[in-house]
Design a binder for this molecule. Structure first.
Ligand code: AVJ
Ligand code: FE
Length: 434
């Protein structure tokens, strides 16, 4: 074992333990009933996510990597996301909290044993530089955010989150938009240790010069759109979005409500409070973001524009892993990691700004882009088609940047998330371009 792979191994062991600790922490105060129930048809029962996290680990870190799976076929099938749609998962004979907990522990024990004997300096692309471990870690992180979306949708007494960090105050930038000059930049990455298949290949993209909002659109700005009749003006809407809005009878973002006709409040995780004017708007669909942008005389940025503004260092002609540089996220630079349970007021992280001066690109809220989720030039499905490939050109729009509920290891400038344009259960907002 060389030193480099020895370090990788210790790091992986530590991260796997830390990821599991967080998963259990998120579920710790929920009743067995709340774990088993389906709180919304677009989400799985939480107990499915819990078992699925363990089964994904078994599939990739035991079965696929070493041919050392533990379970019967039926268990794999039950937790295979591509076999049972979310709406049907409550009817599965899922492991309960106790059994799932013991199953996850048994998988982990075998995983650590196999890891102890693994050669991470190999040419096998699955194991090389720890890729498959990083993929499984990111999978658990992603499901942690999914679980928080489900918890947010839970009816009843609500979930009382434990807030573990205070938010810095907001600071509206002097200029509403930043300018990103035209020219080419490198989009995507060649990284094979952490990046997922859809982030590759790195390729040059030419953009025209454009303006980008310096911060995400705030509740205050979005309320002007609402009060200006934005939801009643068909000409502002994509026809499909208009039909969705009419059908669902939607007239404001998710979680907004009016305790009386003069005030707007929000309901988040069982907390009721006045709308925070300077925080980014959250729980809006792509269609709502698109209509707002048109109302404002702007448009949504393309995915390429978003990534250029977040990642390109025009002075050096190099690409940054995060807007502020290559240093990993710290609480001083971005609101991530489920510490605050809400987005900060815009401009709260001046040290997290990109080279072009746009702020809040990583953390706070995911941001919708104009682009449909599709393959980059040179894309190769790896290690399985169901991570990305089956979702290309299926009507999903790309989201960038992560939210307050995203674990730091699950987001970077090149990370691509996606969902249908009608969805708004995500911790999602947007910024506009022109
Ligand atoms: C990348 C968030 C769209 O949750 O559907 C989880 C990630 N893939 N398990 C999803 C994922 C397999 C995926 N997103
Ligand atoms: Fe999954």
């Amino acid at each position: 074992m060389d030193t480099k792979s020895g370090e990788t191994r210790d790091f992986i062991v530590e991260r796997l333990a830390e990821a599991r600790e967080r998963t259990r922490w998120l579920l710790r105060t929920l009743s067995d009933e709340d774990l088993a129930r389906q709180h919304d048809e677009v989400m799985s029962p939480l107990i499915w996510d819990y078992g699925h996290i363990g089964n994904y680990e078994e599939l990739w870190l035991l079965e696929q990597a070493f041919g050392r799976g533990l379970s019967e076929r039926e268990l794999y099938d039950m937790y295979d996301a591509s076999l049972t749609p979310r709406s049907e998962r409550p009817s599965l004979n899922l492991l309960d909290r106790g059994d799932a907990g013991r199953y996850l522990d048994a998988v982990r024990e075998a995983v650590l044993e196999a890891l102890g004997e693994a050669d991470l300096a190999t040419d096998d692309p699955l194991l090389k530089d720890g890729f498959v471990y990083h993929m499984v870690l990111q999978h658990e992180y992603q499901h942690n955010e999914t679980m928080l979306q489900t918890i947010q949708l839970m009816q009843g007494v609500g979930y009382r989150p434990e807030i573990r960090a205070d938010l810095p105050p907001g600071n509206q930038p002097k200029e509403e938009m930043v300018y990103v000059p035209g020219g080419s930049f490198v989009m995507g990455t060649e990284d094979r240790a952490w990046a997922l298949d859809n982030e590759r290949s790195a390729h040059e993209v030419e953009t025209q010069g454009f303006y980008l909002d310096a911060t995400p659109v705030t509740n205050h700005a979005y309320l002007e759109f609402v009060e200006n009749g934005g939801y009643d003006r068909e000409e502002l809407w994509d026809p499909e979005g208009w039909a969705w809005k009419v059908e669902e009878d939607i007239s404001s973002p998710g979680c907004w409500y009016q305790p009386d006709p003069h005030r707007w409040w929000t309901q988040c995780f069982g907390f009721h409070e006045p709308l925070l004017a300077d925080a980014p708007v959250m729980h809006v669909s792509w269609f709502e973001a698109d209509a707002y942008a048109r109302w404002a005389g702007k448009r949504l940025p393309t995915e390429a524009e978003w990534e250029k503004a977040a990642s390109w260092d025009p002075k050096e002609g190099t690409k940054r892993l995060y807007p502020w540089g290559d240093q990993p996220p710290m609480p001083e630079r971005a609101n991530l990691d489920q510490l605050t349970f809400r987005p900060a007021e815009v401009g709260a992280y001046p040290d997290g700004a990109s080279a072009y001066g746009s702020s809040g690109m990583i953390g706070d809220v995911w941001e919708w882009t104009a682009s449909e989720f599709s393959a980059y030039p040179g894309f190769e499905s790896f290690p399985y088609r169901e991570y990305s490939e089956i979702f290309f050109h299926a009507g999903h729009r790309v989201l960038r940047g992560g939210s307050w509920a995203t674990r730091p290891g699950a987001v970077r400038n090149t990370f691509r998330n996606w969902d249908f344009p009608i969805r708004r259960q995500l911790f999602v907002g947007f910024r506009c371009a022109r």
